[in-house]
Structures are given as structure tokens and as C-alpha cells.
Design a binder for this molecule. Structure first.
Ligand SMILES: CSC[C@@H](O)[C@@H](O)C(=O)COP(=O)(O)O
Ligand SMILES: [Zn+2]
Length: 209
């Protein structure tokens, strides 16, 4: 049975969810310094997105800006806003998008970039991702080379999302993780589960050396 998407949020609910998730991810060291950015869909046309350059563990409501998903990003919003808006266009069911910068996401994506993807398999925790129901599933996480040209990177991600309807996340090499969900709770669960799964994968590489 698939999970019903959470209803779109009003701006103050969305801001509260974003501030809360920022604290949650920051205490786990998933968004060091001013890294990471978050968003929450408001309706079919708009999303709330974090301001650029602030510590994402110390967000306040005024750091949450409203973006039109079909228009250029609002002034002052995250440098990576195009990656969020593109996801709301490509995945109508997406209600929240979270971007984190953990050590394991940056390191493993660097080490495995040449493969173009990580295929996660044989872990019980895979069942925390989307509609995955068994550890026997193979969950693919594409890895894109890092790029300071965010619109160009967003175009590459869009091309991938159009081909692959099964995706729940992607990595940017040496940079971090993007994941999304049908609610903020689901997106947050994806971050936590993926952090563990990436750690398992990295440990597996050490054991096999
Ligand atoms: C502090 S370096 C990280 C940034 O370059 C970027 O990748 C990032 O995640 C945060 O950018 P921001 O513009 O604050 O949303
Ligand atoms: Zn980033």
C-alpha cells in the first residue's frame, strides 16, 4: 500500500517544519557550517525555501522565502534553489526536499563517482525508503559530478528523473545528498536512513579491501 502524499502546507506550517528539520539535521552534523538547504511545497505552483548562507540549525521563520516553481528563484534564496524547484516540477507528489552535507555522503560520492550510481542492496533499512518492501530490493542512488553551475546540474537531474521513476535520492560527488518525500516526515526519514545506508556501504568497502 503506498503512502498518501501529505496535503500542501500554508507558509507558517511550512516554515515551522523547515526550522524544525534544520535543528534535527544540524545536531546530527548533517549540515555543517552554512551547508544544506531545505524546502516544502506550498501548493501546485509555489514552495517555501531556505535563505542562502545561514546556519541551517539556527533558522528562524524570516529565513523562509516563497518561490514560484516555474519562475527564477527569489532573491536571497538558497544558491541551490533551482535543484528544489526542478524536483517540484518533475515530481508532483514531492512535498519536501532536503539537501545535506554529511561526511559520509561527500566521501562515498567522491569514491564511487566513476560508477555513476550506488546500488544499495541486502539491508533491512532499505524499507525506510519510499515504497521499498524488502531488503532484497536494489535501490539505486545516482551520483552526479559536482558543478557550481546549478541550473546546468538541475537539467542533468531532470533528465535522470524523467528516465527513472523509482528514484528517492541522488548524490553530488564530494558535495552531498538530495532526497525528497511525500511529506516532510518522509523526506527526513529518507535522510536518516540514507545516512546509515551510506555508512554501511563505506564500511563494506573497508572490510573488502
Ligand atoms: C557552505 S558551502 C555549501 C554551499 O556551497 C551549498 O552547497 C549549500 O549546501 C548551502 O548553500 P545555501 O545557498 O546556503 O543554500
Ligand atoms: Zn550543498
Amino acid at each position: 500500500m503506498s503512502i498518501e502524499p501529505a496535503p500542501a502546507a500554508n507558509l507558517s506550517e511550512a516554515a515551522r517544519e523547515i526550522v524544525e528539520v534544520g535543528r534535527f539535521l544540524s545536531v546530527r552534523n548533517f549540515v555543517p557550517a552554512t551547508s544544506g538547504n531545505f524546502s516544502r511545497r506550498l501548493d501546485a505552483r509555489t514552495a517555501a525555501v531556505t535563505r542562502s548562507g545561514v546556519d541551517k540549525g539556527e533558522l528562524v521563520e524570516a529565513d523562509i522565502l516563497v518561490a514560484d516553481i516555474h519562475a527564477p528563484p527569489p532573491k536571497g534564496s538558497s544558491a541551490e534553489t533551482p535543484l528544489h524547484l526542478q524536483l517540484y516540477r518533475d515530481r508532483p507528489e514531492a512535498q519536501a526536499v532536503l539537501h545535506t552535507h554529511s561526511v559520509v555522503a561527500a566521501l562515498l560520492s567522491n569514491l564511487r563517482l566513476a560508477e555513476g550510481e550506488l546500488v544499495l542492496q541486502d539491508f533491512e533499512l532499505l524499507k525506510a525508503l519510499g515504497d521499498t518492501r524488502t531488503h532484497e530490493a536494489a535501490v539505486s542512488i545516482p551520483i552526479f559530478p559536482n558543478d557550481q553551475d546549478i541550473p546546468r546540474l538541475a537539467d542533468k537531474v531532470t533528465a535522470m528523473l524523467q528516465k527513472r521513476t523509482d528514484l528517492v535520492a541522488y548524490l553530488i560527488a564530494g558535495h552531498g545528498l538530495y532526497t525528497w518525500g511525500r511529506s516532510m516526515a518522509e523526506a527526513r526519514r529518507h535522510v536518516v536512513a540514507l545516512e546509515h545506508l551510506l555508512t554501511y556501504e563505506l564500511e563494506k568497502m573497508k572490510v573488502r579491501r
